[in-house]
Design a protein around this ligand. Structure first.
Ligand SMILES: Cc1ncc(C[n+]2csc(CCOP(=O)(O)OP(=O)(O)O)c2C)c(N)n1
Ligand SMILES: [Mg+2]
Length: 340
């Protein structure tokens, strides 16, 4: 690790505050989303990233606008930090036409072509082949020097798509940064109950990828590792695998009795939460005080208030448009090329 990237004094107060702001924006957005879900305003699936914010906040700002991002159904934070408007994301969650996917995707399918944010994906592991395809396209077009960052949970290593994607990425030397968000559980299954090898970097190394293993609760450590990994992928135009140890503080999705973990375990991780960890460190370094936090918090709440008002005022798609973009299968005769 380089000192400049992990030493708050060397980073400077503004850069440190930006990381706090990034994480607080995600946290406040999601807390409000949970509340709106309870009120029936947001429906469908909703997976919160609370506790894991340091991963998106450490990695996403290291990417350039021409780089691609592929994420999972737990992607609100990545989308926000990529610069997608909170209004368009909230409207999407409300199912309104002003949403980033015209209200047809919901929480799990945030998408923004202009910002090269290629989802949001409901299927575990499905983002990996997509990322390899995007990077292959960049190599062939060519779009020199571009990187595709692919975020996925540790549950994806049980999918064949994980192994095929790492293998092909290494074989074809395509520029993908694989970012494994290892929060220890895939729904209610602890990694150690489903995998004989729980050091996931070893799986990636077996396909020939260089790897890194980072504490995903420490945003400065994530930022530093991501900076180096992105630079490596960009320069070598080849894949790299980062495993980040993190923890989700809330349920898997909105319904989850959480019988698979103790409350004490959750509480002990909260003591090392990413926002608390950074703000405590900055306070100890005299770079930050409670007034700073209150100001950042108020700004985030105001942005969320405005996004909710935007979503409330949005329009639902008219019923007669529901079949638009739905492909009708050809009739038998047409499919067989029959002529009368
Ligand atoms: C192919 C596939 N199998 C099963 C599911 C059901 N499912 C949804 S989330 C999930 C757990 C995934 O865990 P992980 O990859 O660790 O991500 P996390 O939810 O912890 O962020 C499963 C099994 C799915 N969506 N897709
Ligand atoms: Mg997981």
């Amino acid at each position: 690790m380089s000192d400049a990237a992990t030493d708050p004094q060397k980073m400077g107060r503004d850069a440190c505050l930006q990381r706090v702001r990034d994480m607080v924006r995600i946290r406040r957005f999601e807390e409000r989303a949970a509340q709106l879900y309870g009120e029936g305003k947001i429906r469908g699936f909703l997976h919160l990233y609370v506790g894991e914010e340091a991963v998106a906040a450490g990695v996403v700002p290291q990417l350039k606008p021409d780089d691609n991002i592929v994420a999972t159904y737990r992607e609100h934070g990545h989308a926000l930090l990529r610069g997608m408007s909170m209004n368009a994301i909230m409207a999407e969650m409300f199912g309104k036409q002003e949403g980033c996917s015209r209200g047809r995707g919901g929480s799990m399918h945030l998408f923004d072509r202009d910002r090269r944010f290629f989802g949001g994906n409901a299927i575990v592991g499905a983002g990996l082949p997509l990322a390899v395809g995007l990077a292959l396209a960049d190599k062939l077009l060519p779009r020199p020097g571009c990187v595709t960052a692919c975020f996925f949970g540790e549950g994806a290593v049980a999918e064949g798509a994980f192994h095929e994607s790492l293998n092909l990425a290494a074989l074809w030397r395509v520029p993908v940064l694989f970012v494994c968000e290892n929060n220890l559980y895939a729904m209610g299954t602890a990694l150690s109950r489903s995998e004989s090898q729980i050091d996931l970097t070893k799986k990636a190394a077996s396909y020939g990828l260089p790897t890194g293993h980072i504490n995903g609760m420490n945003v400065l450590a994530v930022q530093d590792a991501a900076q180096q990994a992105v630079a490596w992928v960009r320069e070598n135009q080849a894949p790299f695998f980062l495993e980040l140890h993190t923890y989700r503080f809330r349920a898997h999705s909105m319904y989850d009795a959480e019988l698979y973990r103790d409350k004490a375990e959750v509480e002990s991780w909260k003591q090392h939460g990413p926002i608390l960890g950074l703000t405590n460190r900055l306070k100890a370094e005299n770079l930050f005080d409670e007034d700073d936090f209150q100001r950042i918090d108020r700004e985030a709440e105001a942005e969320v208030d405005a996004a909710v008002a935007f979503a409330e005022a949005g329009t639902l798609e008219p019923v007669q448009d529901l079949t638009r973009d739905v492909t009708t299968p050809p009739t038998n005769a047409a499919a067989q090329g029959a002529t009368p």
